[in-house]
Ligand binder design. Sequence first.
Ligand code: ADP
Length: 272
Amino acid sequence: MKSLAKRLQVRRGRTRLADWKTDSTPECKGKDQANQQLAENLARIDELQYRLHAEARQSLLLVLQGMDTSGKDGLIRKVLTVFNPQGCKVWSFKVPTLEEAAHDFLWRIHRAAPATGEVAVFNRSHYEDVLVVRVHELVAPSVWKPRYHAINEFERQLHQRGTRVLKFFLHISREEQRERLLARLDDPLKRWKFSDADLVERRSWRSYQRAYEEALARCSPAHARWHVIPADRKWYRDFAVSQIVADTLEQMNPRIPKARLAVRNLRSRLAR
Ligand code: ADP
C-alpha cells in the first residue's frame, strides 16, 4: 500500500483545503479493515523502531497540526504510544514561555529535534508561528512572512543530516468540530478539555484554513511533504497515519549493525 502517502501528500496546485474531503477513506474498505491494518502497522513500527535505534544513524520527526479537536492527542494515545519511550519523545508546543519568546522562533523547536536513532513527535510545532501568529496578528507580516523560508531551510538541514520529516495535517470539518465540542460538554469525563479559547479559535475558522493552505503550499518540498489526513473518522485517521509511518520507516530501511565478536571466545569466557 505504498501509494497511500502519495495520495494524501500536498503537491503543487492541490492546496485548496476545500478540495480535500474530511470524511473520505482512501485505500481503505471500512472500519474493520482499518483496525486490522492498524494492528499490523503497529507491529511493523515496533520492529522498525528497534532497528532504527540499533542502527543509530537516522531519525524520524513526526509533526502534527490541526484545528482544535482534530485528534492530535487521540492519535498520540492510540497510535504513537507504539514507540518505545526509550527512543521517542513527544513535545507539545504551547504559547511560548518568556524564555522561548526571547529567542528566535526555531530555538525551542531545534532543541526538540530527534537525535540519531530517535523518534520525536511534535504536538503542534514551528508551524504555529505562521498559523496562530498570523491569524491573531501577534507579530507584523514582515516578521511572519519570511518564516516559510526559514522553516524550509530548517527542515532541509534536518533532512540532510538523516532526519525524515513527516508532517500530518489532521483535516476535520467545521461541523465535526462542533460535534466534538458538544461531546466534550456532554461527557463529564471530557468536560475538563473544554475551553472557551476553543470557541474563540472556532470563530477564526476561515482565517485558519487560509493560513494552513499557505503553510501547506509553501512548505511541502519532496523531502518533507505535508500529508492531509481525512480525520472526521478517527479509525481512518489512526489507520492512515500508522500506514504512512510504517511505510516510511520501511523505506528508511534501518539496519541492525553487524557485531564483530569472537563468539566462541566470549562463550568460553562466560562458561566460567
Ligand atoms: P492543545 O490545544 O495543543 O491541546 P492548549 O489548549 O494548551 O493545548 O493550546 C496550546 C495553544 O498554544 C494553542 O492555542 C496554540 O495555538 C498556542 N501556541 C502554540 N505555539 C504558539 C506560538 N508560537 N505562538 C503563539 N501561540 C502558540
